[in-house]
Design a protein around this ligand. Structure first.
Ligand code: HEM
Length: 470
């Protein structure tokens, strides 16, 4: 691709961004890119869809533009509106907020019958409220219209908010009591209320996903209010639940949002990668180096969010496993095409920035095809694929020593993150939780006689990834 067409690609990307957001913009000096760095109040009515013309643009720019416009509702981190929904959809949010105070228990019971009773009480009340207040044909009519491309019935940010709501309703119904308990872990299949099943295929098709469970986007990132200040669908909210549980929950989920947001947010990093690729392909090595340097600096700031949050003072070891993590697991399945398929829940391995930077550096994918299609939204997959295809690290020639040095510096940052993530993560997973079997949200119930044995395969995965990060 020629340099002018790459510049055109970037300009189109910026134009797409501006068209879709209709937000105040600030001009980035270099390359004349426009980027939205300010947030405005929610757009209350669905804006007419205006598709940017991306014909002839570079694949990476198209992928980023599509991600921002479609999944992000014109913004990144993506915008999610939780209030301006059509009447037929609104009861879902009300129901979640109504039942969730009864979801988590201040005292953990080790008695299976007590726990089974708690589960069925919660599920009964949720089933009843859903049956009373949701009109499935109305819900399906709205989602069906959107599927046909009629966004006048629901704006993209409202669609995002609704997706998050349905996903967390499904996770609440799945566990039906927090902390997660053995009786729930022993379930292999589960009949969901039809009100929670009916919208799910529409939402998953829209995002290009095949899992019955949610993912980091649906359950965490899209669960924040439009200002990015508060999570709308919290888990531990009952009056009797200790403050330590609530603050640890908030601090943990904030990490994922803040890594995409914050002063050091991920969007400029995605832009830097597009720019670096553009400059490299145009043989403009000084610009390429400058953008890689920006990426390295930005990544350092972004990773600081992780380092400064994932520790005992912000997220208590004593509550994380039982009260914070379990909700995001899944571990049940159904028969698909004659075969039983079990789905997993959320994992940090869904986080986009790691997919993107790994791909930019030419490091192979961490997740296989099956899990990528289940848990990573189509547009995020496309961005990572495009970045990997355009990765130029193995084409850096002699005389490009500084470019290679900067790329190695980025790999080193990732390696340091992975080492810290491994050691910190394991300390959380090693906490005792007698009410359940060893489990991670992302890998479901683990096999092994002892906790150490159960964690070993996960440790191996993390060690393996550290070794690949060169
Ligand atoms: C106490 C908190 C955490 C624990 C116990 C934990 C544990 C794990 C485990 C066991 C894995 C390997 C299995 C799998 O792929 O699911 C994993 C993978 C991963 N986690 Fe975490 N994690 C935690 C928090 C985070 C956070 C906050 C992030 C980043 C925002 C993150 C990012 C990742 C990534 C990117 C991977 C894929 C492997 C890699 O790229 O190195 N994790 N995590």
């Amino acid at each position: 691709m020629s340099y002018p067409s790459l510049i055109f690609a970037i300009a189109a990307l910026a134009a797409a961004f501006v068209l879709a957001t209709r937000r105040p913009i600030v001009q980035q000096l270099r390359f004349g890119i426009y980027t939205s760095l300010q947030r405005r109040p929610v757009i209350k009515r669905p804006a007419p869809e205006r598709k940017p013309n991306l014909n002839g643009c570079h694949e990476v720019a198209v992928a980023l533009s599509q991600l921002i416009n479609e999944d992000g509702a014109g913004c990144w981190p993506p915008r999610a509106d939780h209030d301006s929904w059509p009447l037929a959809l609104r009861p879902y949010k009300d129901i979640y907020l109504e039942v969730v105070p009864c979801l988590s228990e201040p005292t953990v019971s080790l008695d299976d019958s007590v726990n089974a009773e708690r589960q069925s009480k919660f599920r009964d009340s949720m089933r009843k409220l859903l049956a009373e207040r949701i009109n499935i044909p109305d819900v399906v009519a709205i989602l069906g219209a959107v599927e046909k491309g009629d966004w006048s019935v629901l704006s993209r940010d409202s669609y995002n908010g609704f997706y998050s709501c349905i996903a967390v309703c499904r996770h609440a119904f799945r566990w039906a009591t927090i902390p997660v308990v053995k009786v729930a872990q022993l379930e292999t299949t589960l009949v969901f209320p039809p009100e929670l099943d009916a919208p799910w295929p529409y939402l998953q098709n829209h995002f290009g996903l095949t899992a019955d469970s949610g993912n980091i986007m649906s359950n965490v990132i899209l669960g924040f209010d439009p200002s990015g200040t508060e999570r709308v669908y919290k888990i531990n909210v009952g009056a009797a639940i200790p403050g330590l549980v609530k603050s640890s929950e908030d601090a943990f989920y904030r990490i994922f949002y803040d890594m995409e947001k914050q002063a050091s947010h991920a969007l400029p990093l995605y832009y830097s990668m597009v720019h670096a690729i553009a400059a490299f392909e145009a043989d403009d090595k000084p610009s390429c180096l400058r953008h890689i340097d920006d990426l390295a600096t930005g990544l350092r700031g972004l990773l600081r969010v992780f380092y400064s949050s994932l520790h005992e003072r912000r997220i208590a070891h004593s509550v994380w496993l039982s009260y914070v993590q379990g909700f995001q697991a899944w571990g049940v399945g159904r028969v698909v095409g004659g075969e039983f398929v079990k789905f997993d829940g959320l994992s940090g391995n869904h986080v986009l920035i790691f997919h993107a930077v790994d791909a930019f550096l030419g490091i192979g994918r961490y997740l296989g095809d099956r899990d990528t299609q289940r848990y990573i939204p189509r547009n995020q997959r496309a961005l990572a694929d495009a970045l990997r295809k355009s990765s130029f690290r193995d084409r850096v020639g002699e005389g490009d020593g500084r470019i290679e040095m900067e790329l190695s510096e980025i790999a080193k940052q990732l390696r340091t993150f992975r080492a810290a993530h491994r050691s910190r993560g394991l300390t959380y997973l090693e906490e005792p939780a007698p009410e359940r079997r060893p489990m991670t949200a992302g890998k479901s119930v683990l096999k092994g006689e002892t906790l150490r044995e159960a964690l070993q395969p996960l440790d191996d995965l993390m060690i393996g990834r550290i070794k690949q990060t060169v």
